[in-house]
Design a protein around this ligand. Structure first.
Ligand code: HEM
Ligand SMILES: [Cu+2]
Length: 549
């Protein structure tokens, strides 16, 4: 007998059945499934990470010794520029969007992202943008060489590689905006019944706030590079002093985008460790609501501090103080977060599987990066340190130990859900310790180099900087090697790993993604999770009932 219920679901079943017979091209190029799109994003991001990583190693090879060994100065500048642009826009940001695509619907109990076809576009804008950046090495004048900040007047004088970079940034921005619209709409409208905003996993909150940041600042960057483009080709003088323009205007616009951008790379990381630490401490996240408010405060403050990148341009002392104090104020909500992560671990029944190791590594190293940031925020100190290797050390502690380490944590955490197989725990832990050691060998000495006055973005240096540079270069090559090991570890897991993964491989995990089988089937939550299921999870997370509130 056919009931109304069956009739309603029959097309869905046919559809699911069909999906198993689609061709490779149909499945991946026309992808509309959030999991497939997430997979595409993650592989794209990893390939960009390797590409940008090779450029970093080319930089470190040149800096192993003083003098010029490998590259001409102009090509060295192309390497630093493209390394920065590719790591930020090609590796870290798409990786987080990929995670959001894969995991958000699963975690909030939604069948897919809100706009599945737009999702396909968001992804497929990325490869052409990457291609533009990579072919720019081969055009007359070579790739953009003004640093990832693209400051004029250099960026106005540069060859056509700069035009390609500008167009790539337009595409990348478009992709980010569409991805963000999808995340906002999904999180606001598609949560399972019973999951109110203040009961959703913190990863949902951080991705939501990140998406708002992106929608706010991606157009600002697009505006800045478009003005650059018209200055270059259409005789405008926004940034050209010769026609009454002002290069410092570019810096203001760029950093109004650029500072929130660093939180676009940091907030999703906060969300990930806020899922992982409670799981492996087997305790609810300490101070859930304060975590949400801290995330919002950081996001709002991030719009008011851009001037700390411009202390040296000549601004009134009162303005310097304004930017200095507001920058330091961000340490307060950030401190709340670090406190809460540690309090979550406090007296927990902790185990140290790879995702937990990377998360704790993140908390330690990000704190170092935060403190060196606080030091750079002191306007008179920054006057000495700006454009030295101290800055390079600072932002790599934030970006590599912040964004990249949490991406590794997330990969190990969810790999069983993605592949249906368990990764090799010993190899995962080896990857962690190897990365942890060589990361510090690479970047810690850069603090000393910076304090001693070694400038960044210069291919040669004075003799007294030799030893620390040699150490940093050795560290970088070893770190890089470890990431190839990671790749093989992931491939091993995809091919079967050390055995089948259960639906819930982590004892302390209580969010909804662990309620579906591993690997997660192509279609999940076509029927939303029941209120009982949602509430059971919320209770275990301390978000319902007598635990808390
Ligand atoms: C772990 C391997 C990495 C190594 C060895 C490395 C090394 C370097 C080096 C040597 C520079 C040039 C510094 C200078 O002379 O100014 C640099 C710049 C930079 N790196 Fe990395 N990096 C790594 C990973 C990353 C990651 C994951 C990001 C993530 C966003 C990143 C973002 C940047 C940025 C934004 C710049 C500034 C580029 C510019 O000055 O225009 N790096 N990196
Ligand atoms: Cu900043």
């Amino acid at each position: 007998m056919t009931t109304a219920h069956d009739a309603l679901h029959a097309p869905a079943h046919d559809h699911a059945h069909e999906e198993h017979h689609v061709s490779f091209v149909q499945r991946w190029f026309y992808a509309t499934n959030h999991k497939d799109i997430g997979t595409l994003y993650l592989w794209f991001a990893f390939s960009m990470f390797i590409t940008g990583g090779i450029m970093a190693l080319c930089i470190r090879a040149e800096l192993f010794q003083p003098g010029l060994q490998f590259w001409q100065p102009d090509f060295f500048n192309q390497l630093t520029t493209l390394h920065g642009v590719i790591m930020v826009f090609g590796a870290i940001m798409p990786a987080f969007t990929g995670l959001a695509n894969w995991m958000l619907p699963l975690m909030i109990g939604a069948p897919d992202m809100a706009f599945a076809r737009m999702n396909n576009w968001s992804f497929w804008l990325l490869p052409p943008a990457a291609a533009l950046l990579l072919i720019s090495f081969f055009v007359p004048g070579g790739a953009a060489a003004g640093g990832w900040t693209l400051y004029p007047p250099l960026s106005i004088q540069a060859g056509m590689g700069m035009d390609l970079a500008i167009f790539a940034i337009h595409l990348l921005g478009l992709s980010s905006i569409m991805g963000s619209i999808n995340i906002v709409t999904t999180v606001l409208n598609m949560r399972a019944p019973g999951m109110t905003m203040l009961k959703m996993p913190l990863f949902g909150w951080t991705m939501l706030i990140t998406a708002y940041l992106l929608i706010a600042v991606a157009p600002v960057l697009a505006g800045a590079v478009t003005m650059l483009l018209t200055d270059r080709h259409f005789d405008t003088h926004f940034f050209k002093a010769i026609g009454g323009g002002d290069p410092v205007l570019f810096q203001h616009i760029f950093w109004f985008f650029g500072h929130p951008e660093v939180y676009i790379m940091a907030l999703p990381a906060f969300g990930i460790v806020s899922q992982i630490i409670p799981t492996f401490a087997r305790k609810p996240l300490f101070g859930y609501v304060s975590m949400v408010y801290a995330t919002c405060s950081i996001a709002i403050l991030s719009f008011m501090v851009w001037g700390h990148h411009m202390f040296a341009v000549g601004m009134p002392a009162s303005t310097q103080l304004f930017f200095m104090f507001l920058t330091m104020l961000i340490a307060v909500p950030t401190g709340v977060k670090v406190f809460n992560w540690i309090a979550t671990m406090w007296q927990g029944s902790m185990t140290f599987e790879t995702p937990m190791l990377f998360s704790i590594g993140f908390v330690c190293l990000f704190t170092i990066g935060g403190f060196s940031g606080l030091i750079l925020a002191i306007a008179p100190v920054d006057t000495q340190m700006q454009d030295t290797y101290y800055v390079v050390a600072h932002f790599h502690y934030v970006l590599v130990a912040g964004a990249l380490f949490t991406l590794f944590a997330a990969t190990y955490y969810w790999l069983p859900k993605w592949t249906g197989n368990m990764y090799h725990e010993g190899r995962g832990q080896f990857h962690f310790w190897w990365s942890m050691v060589w990361f510090n060998v690479t970047f810690f000495p850069m603090h000393f180099l910076g304090l001693a006055g070694m400038p960044r973005r210069i291919p040669d240096y004075a003799l007294q900087f030799t030893d620390f540079n040699a150490i940093a270069s050795i560290g970088a090559f070893c770190f890089g090697l470890g990431q190839i090991f990671f790749l093989f570890n992931v491939i091993h897991t995809i091919r079967g790993g050390v055995g089948k993964a259960p639906a819930k491989p982590w004892e302390g995990a209580n969010t909804l993604e662990w309620e579906v089988p591993s690997p997660a089937p192509h279609h999940t939550w076509e029927t939303p999770p029941s209120l009982e299921m949602v509430e059971k999870g919320l209770k275990a997370q301390g978000l319902l009932g007598d635990h808390h509130e």
